[in-house]
Write a protein that binds this ligand. Structure first.
Ligand code: ASN
Ligand code: ZN
Ligand code: CA
Length: 329
């Protein structure tokens, strides 16, 4: 029937062979996750696209020679993000109403971006149409823009714009870690799979945002509010890394990180799962559209107190990391 739940086999570009939620027919529609569905724009830049269908429920071939492949990665990313919010935060979809969302792939020609437009996720095929922007962290980033819109509804300018962008990087990263996928292991880098710079470097670095060489800040300043949200996100990304992993050098899943606080302090982290819970509580109960970095600092301290108690190691870590990005009190 129409709402039947099937499990298909997806041959993805970035995550190897994965099990994906499909529907009878077969359709790239996941009735077990609110009807999350994935469509083919076939180069168009408007419209809802054509729902992917398949004869044997085995999708894609791991390369761009099958146009289903980008669909598999986008669908899998949406599935992982749905599961992350459900399993970790008890959130039932973007709007917490059990309703899934559409992902559109093959947007335009060699389009090197992905976006949330208020109702759906959209992915370009990347440089030379060879690296679709459908990696796990990017999918988690875009779907999280929907969650932010449905909760704090942070503006996309001023300090709030940076908090909005960093929220997408933080949860996109936590989705990537939660997937524990052998070919796309968790890291504190954004876009390391999509070769957006043409030389294998990622788009963003959470341990030291300024490493991107594009203008991302490591430390909050009074000028943060004037930056593009992808650069004013730097301080909160840096906060998330330090609050999770602490200051200093560390190797995680084979990737080397090194970070220093902006105020010279050194401290231990509370672990990314704890900090994810604290940031989720802050996003959903403390912040609103015009919130700035001072509100974020206050919000994480109060959220940590509510979750773990005043004076707890968890509370101390998020507090020290906020002081460690020079967030105003
Ligand atoms: N990929 C970008 C993002 O989600 C699109 C944009 O610039 N808004 O942040
Ligand atoms: Zn974004
Ligand atoms: Ca990543």
């Amino acid at each position: 029937s129409d709402d039947e739940v099937k499990t298909g086999t997806g041959n993805s570009m970035y995550s190897g062979q994965v099990a994906i939620g499909t529907a009878a027919g077969f359709q790239l529609k996941d009735n077990g996750r609110g009807g999350n569905n994935t469509t083919d724009l076939n180069g168009a830049t408007s419209g809802t696209g054509t729902l992917f269908t398949d004869a044997d429920d085995v999708w894609g071939n791991g390369t761009t020679s099958s146009r289903q492949t980008a669909g598999v990665d986008a669908h899998y990313g949406s599935q992982l993000t749905w599961d992350y919010y459900k399993n970790v935060h008890g959130r039932n979809g973007i709007k917490n109403n059990g309703v899934g969302a559409r992902s559109r792939v093959h947007y335009g020609n060699a389009y090197v971006n992905a976006f949330w437009d208020g109702t759906q996720m959209t992915y370009g095929d990347g440089q030379s149409n060879a690296r679709p922007l459908t990696s796990i962290d990017v999918a988690g980033h875009e779907m999280t823009h929907g969650v932010t819109q449905a909760t704090a509804n942070l503006n996309y300018s001023g300090d709030a714009g940076g908090l909005n962008e960093a929220t997408s990087d933080i949860f996109g990263t936590l989705v990537e870690f939660s997937a524990n996928n052998a070919t796309d292991k968790g890291d504190y880098l954004i876009g390391e799979k999509i070769n957006i710079n043409g030389n294998g470097t990622p788009l963003r670095y959470m341990d030291k945002p300024s490493k991107d060489g594009r203008g991302s800040q490591d430390c909050w300043t009074t000028g943060t509010k004037n930056l593009d949200p992808h650069y004013s996100s730097g301080p909160l990304n840096h906060w998330f890394y330090m609050a999770s992993e602490g200051t200093g050098a560390k190797t995680i899943n084979g990737v080397n990180y090194s970070t220093t606080s902006c105020n010279g302090t050194t401290f231990a982290g509370a672990g990314r799962d704890v900090v994810g819970k604290i940031w989720y509580r802050t996003l959903t109960t403390k912040l609103s559209s015009g919130s700035n970095y001072a509100a974020a600092r206050n919000g994480v301290i109060n959220s940590a107190k509510e979750l773990y108690g005043a004076g707890s190691a968890q509370c101390l870590a998020v507090q020290r990391a906020m002081a460690g990005i020079n967030a105003p009190a």
